[in-house]
Design a protein around this ligand. Sequence first.
Ligand code: CP
Ligand code: NVA
Length: 305
Amino acid sequence: MWDKKHFLSIHDLTGEDVKNVIDRGLDLKRRHHGGTLEPLLANKSMAMVLRKPSLRTRMSFEMGMVGLGGHALYIADKEIKMGQREAVCDVARVMSRYVDVIMIRTFAQREIEDLAEYASVPVINALSDLYHPCQVMGDVMTVVEHKGKIEGLKVVFLGDGNNVANSWMNAAARLDFHLVLTMVKGFEPDAKLLERAKGEGARIDIVYDVPEAVKDADVLYTDVWASMGQEKEAKRRNQTMKHLQVNDDVLGLAKDDVIVMHCLPAHRGLEITDSVMDGKHSVVYDEAENRMHIQRAVIVELLGK
Ligand code: CP
Ligand code: NVA
């Protein structure tokens, strides 16, 4: 069991923690498919608070709990109106009396940190404007599954310097791989986070020229150009970033055995083409599945199972 009470950011973990959770996720996946899962979360319950839309996160957490003998309860934000109908500290204290773990997706990372401060049970960050740690833990697991390891690989992130990019930078500060970010000037990830990661030894380069960035890539990663909450900027962003599209030309510049990743939901024809998304290099549905396995690993670690 790791010594962190909550899972709010990959940055809170050590490299050893990250590797252990990924090993556990891979083991839980084998057991899931082999029919040998044990009811590690029997009589355990989770509250799921989602203030932004979700397909994968809600389903993978709920099915993740159910498959280990636990229970998950979805609460629509319109019921709670966290911070309006009731203060975050009270929501945290009350929920802690009913459930064993709280998962939250919201806008401000600060809100998740506040919830964690007042909750007496573990809190899991299921996406904020700043981070998407469960996603990137599952992504690293997917890389390890397909490549045997992540160490020494070149991972190229094409697109917006968003929450997923920030979590990739945190991962690069904990694991030994080369992260190349190719994006538009003005849309780079949070400069402080970049400096922090580099200061901790992360190998991260921002390369604006797409062919140069993508050359010899082991992993090509993309995400939407306008994240949830940025819908009004979508038209401008889609225009500005269109040269970052992951298409067959870009794929041809990477290594022959490159894998293509996308956290989904994807905007087919914008950041990724149909041919790449549905092509033989794509592992996007493995990524989606692995969310469930890695989150099970995170929950059992947090609950000391
Ligand atoms: N990747 C991901 O978090 O998907 P959802 O937004 O559908 O949960
Ligand atoms: N960057 C995207 C990720 C969705 C899973 C968003 O925040 O909308």
